[in-house]
Design a protein around this ligand. Structure first.
Ligand code: SF4
Length: 506
């Protein structure tokens, strides 16, 4: 089987390191959507196949220098080979040394596969979900714009266009992050119920119909956790900067539960210094006047209505029970009730939506003039229905999705919104990115905080993950809540205790 054909096997031989995860990450960049199997064994003489060698050894001549070799062979003939030497500063600690070695191994492998396949990736060798973090680190070290640009393009092989975008976004984020004091935290509250499950979804979302008998208990448990977290905040003197209620779809629960929950949050938390409170009213089929009025009466000051597409056939394909007309109606209702900060999420690369269809989606969204638009690139998530039923859907090509994402950038910036945060996910079509755009002054603080990991985010609800940030030594500790709704309800005291004992004692 030739490299690049579906069903291919790659035989890998590693010497002097065991960075399998990093090697596979780079291989996935080039062969992610194909049925590729990776074997860490010798292919044997009769089956030379596609063989990759990566070796790392200390230089015999110079202390702190390493020699890295990568070789690709196909059918017994060498397609790429390179030896490179790099140095590691003696002051670097063990963790830093390992990080540099991994990075160099990845870079050389990227070079090999890029040359062999004659393809370049928009984000080069960067495979993490938070590329702006690299720019923040470089800015902290005093690098200027030109130096950062050349580090991104020449060292990480990021395209010029993406490097420019990333730099501009990091600058905007810095402006917002700089206003954050060490006593500020953000809060996430998860409502893991949805009207139906979307084709591409891998989140913890449970059918609101199926779970109807548990919702009362879930809200009760969540209230206990909110109360417990309120006590923790007081004990530590933490002030809330932003709250984000997501899920799932918070508006999927009945209006009385929503009202009870929103009032309880306001009774339990000191919101005196809070700047932003977002509630995901994600699905139009979960919104009505009664719920929107309840939300408007609360301290929520930003909502999200997420169409994903404005084409009815595409909405049907992805398992939504609403139409594009319902989205327009829900948006106008929200405006009518007085919401003046509305985000809309759309997805580039949904099955059945090509460039022309996406342009139509953009035009319709543009007519509504939301304060922010988030453009996700379709990702095939392992736990999604789409992944299981992949063969039943035809997905668009990498080139096409790249054109859609470029077109979205041009359209959205032309109507006055600017990119302000960016993240990437595994298995995204075309190895692209998700970008949040907003009118100036409407950047979502929570989105930036969750991506840049500079602030502690206390997360409540089933499956929620709290991240405690220790900026003094760049450390993050995670506290997990159980995912299963019934288990969360049964073990709520334990969830609160986990947070209490960790946060209060640190
Ligand atoms: S609305 Fe969001 S959380 Fe709910 S099923 Fe769809 S993608 Fe998943």
């Amino acid at each position: 089987m030739k490299a690049g054909e579906s069903g291919m096997k790659i035989y890998i031989r590693l010497e002097g390191h065991d960075f399998k995860y990093e090697i596979e990450d780079v291989i996935r960049l080039f062969y992610g959507n194909e049925e590729t199997s990776i074997e860490y064994q010798d292919p044997g003489e009769d089956n030379p196949g596609f063989v990759l060698y990566s070796g790392l050894e200390s230089s015999l001549e110079n202390d702190g220098q390493f020699v890295l070799k990568t070789m690709l062979e196909e059918g017994g003939s060498v397609k790429f080979t390179e030896n490179e030497t790099f140095s590691i500063h003696s002051a670097d600690d063990e963790y830093e040394v390992k990080k540099i070695k991994k990075r160099e191994v990845k870079r050389q492998l990227y070079k090999a596969l890029s040359q062999y396949t004659a393809r370049k990736m928009p984000w080069g060798v960067l495979t993490g979900i938070r590329p702006a973090k690299i720019v923040h680190e470089l800015m902290e070290k005093g690098f200027n714009r030109e130096q950062i640009y050349s580090r991104l393009t020449d060292y990480y092989y990021v395209s010029g266009k993406k490097a420019e975008l990333l730099y501009n976004i990091a600058q905007k984020e810095k402006h917002i992050l700089d206003g954050t004091g060490p006593d500020k935290v953000s809060i996430y509250i998860g409502i893991p119920f949805c009207p139906t499950r979307c084709l591409y979804c891998s989140f913890t979302s449970n059918s609101v119909k199926k779970y109807a008998p548990f919702i009362k208990n879930y809200i009760e448990a969540l209230k206990k956790e909110i109360f417990g977290v309120g006590e923790i905040l007081n004990a530590k003197g933490f002030k809330i900067q932003s709250i984000y209620m997501g899920g799932g779809t918070p508006t999927a629960i009945d209006a009385p539960y929503l009202e009870e929950l929103l009032s309880f949050i306001e009774e339990s938390f000191d919101m005196g210094q809070m700047k932003e409170y977002t509630l995901e009213a994600g699905r139009p089929d979960s919104i009505n006047r009664e719920k929107l009025e309840i939300i408007k009466k609360s301290k929520v000051n930003r909502i999200s209505i997420n169409p994903q597409s404005m084409n009815n056939e595409v909405l049907r394909n992805i398992g939504r029970l609403h139409t594009a007309e319902d989205i327009v109606e829900a948006f106008k209702l929200a405006r009518d009730i007085g919401f003046d900060n509305i985000n809309m999420d759309i997805i580039a690369g949904l099955p059945g939506e090509k460039l022309e269809g996406f342009k139509y989606t953009l035009e319709k969204i543009g007519e509504l003039a939301p304060e922010s638009i988030t453009v996700h690139t379709m990702a095939i998530k392992r736990a999604s229905r789409l992944n299981e039923e992949k063969d039943s859907y035809s997905l668009i090509s990498e080139n096409e999705v790249a054109k859609i994402v470029d077109n979205a950038y041009d359209f959205i910036t032309k109507i006055g919104l600017e990119p302000y945060y960016l993240y990437r996910q595994k298995n995204m079509l075309g190895n692209l990115e998700n970008i949040g755009y907003s009118k100036p002054g409407y950047e979502c603080m929570y989105n930036i905080q969750i991506m840049e990991e500079k602030q502690t985010i206390i997360a409540l609800g089933a499956g929620a993950v709290t991240k405690v940030v220790f900026p003094e030594n760049n450390r993050i500790e995670r506290i997990f809540n159980v995912k299963n709704v019934e288990e969360y309800v049964d073990r709520i005291e334990e969830m609160i205790d986990r947070k209490r004992s960790f946060i209060i004692n640190c």
